[in-house]
Design a protein around this ligand. Structure first.
Ligand code: AMP
Length: 185
C-alpha cells in the first residue's frame, strides 16, 4: 500500500494505525532520513539541510534507499505501507519496476485529503524543528508540483482511493479501513 497526502494531513499517525491493524511493515522515508540525521550517517549528512529547508532529497538517493529495503524478508512476508514515497514521477516509476522485479503488486494508493489551509494551520501548531514558515510553504509547493500529479498516475492504474482526512483521528481511521478492506476483499 501507498499513502499520499500533504505534510500535516495526519499521514504519519494514520500510517501507524494502518500498519498495526493490518500487520504490515510501516516504511516512512521521512523517519528513515530523520534516523540517519540523528545517527550522523553519510545519508543523514546529505539529507539534513535539504530536509530543514523543506526541499526533496534526490531521487538518486531515495530510490535505492527504498529498493534496498523493500525486498527484505519481513516486507515480503507481511506487506508494506509506504509513507512518504513515492513523491516524484521518477520515484513512482522506480517503485513500479521494483515491484515488478519482486513479482508484487500494489493493493491501493490512498490519498489522505486535507486542504492546504488546514494543513498549514496544523503544521504551524506542531512546531517541529523543520517546520519554519518558509519550509512549510516550500514543502507544500513541492507537494503540488511534484507529488500531486502522482494522484493521476495512480488513478490511471486503477489504484487510487481518496479519503477525507478531516475530523477525529478514529473517524478518519474508520474511513481508511473501509477503503482498504474493500480493496483487500
Ligand atoms: P516526511 O516525514 O515524509 O514529511 O519527510 C520529511 C522530509 O524528508 C521531507 O520534507 C523531505 O525533505 C524528505 N523526504 C522524505 N521522503 C522523501 C522522498 N520520498 N523523496 C524526497 N525527499 C523525501
Amino acid at each position: 500500500m501507498v499513502i499520499l497526502g500533504r505534510q500535516g494531513s495526519g499521514k504519519g499517525t494514520q500510517s501507524l494505525r494502518i500498519a498495526e491493524h493490518y500487520g504490515c511493515v510501516h516504511l516512512s522515508t521521512g523517519d528513515v532520513l530523520r534516523a540517519a540525521v540523528a545517527e550522523g550517517t553519510e545519508l543523514g549528512r546529505q539529507a539534513e539541510s535539504i530536509m530543514n529547508s523543506g526541499g526533496l532529497v534526490g531521487d538518486d538517493v531515495m530510490i535505492p534507499l527504498v529498493q534496498e529495503r523493500i525486498g527484505k524478508d519481513d516486507i515480503m512476508a507481511k506487506g508494506v505501507l509506504l509513507d512518504g514515497f513515492p513523491r516524484t514521477a521518477d520515484q513512482a516509476n522506480g517503485l513500479e519496476s521494483m515491484l515488478e522485479s519482486l513479482g508484487q503488486e500494489l493493493t491501493v494508493a490512498i490519498n489522505l485529503d486535507v486542504a492546504v489551509e488546514e494543513v498549514t494551520q496544523r503544521m504551524m501548531a506542531r512546531g517541529r524543528e523543520d517546520d519554519t514558515e518558509e519550509a512549510i510553504a516550500r514543502r507544500l509547493g513541492l507537494y503540488e508540483a511534484e507529488t500531486a500529479p502522482l494522484l493521476d498516475w495512480f488513478a490511471e492504474r486503477g489504484l487510487l482511493a481518496t479519503v477525507d482526512g478531516l475530523g477525529e483521528e478514529s473517524d478518519v481511521f474508520g474511513r481508511l479501513q473501509a477503503v482498504i478492506d474493500q480493496r483487500l476483499a
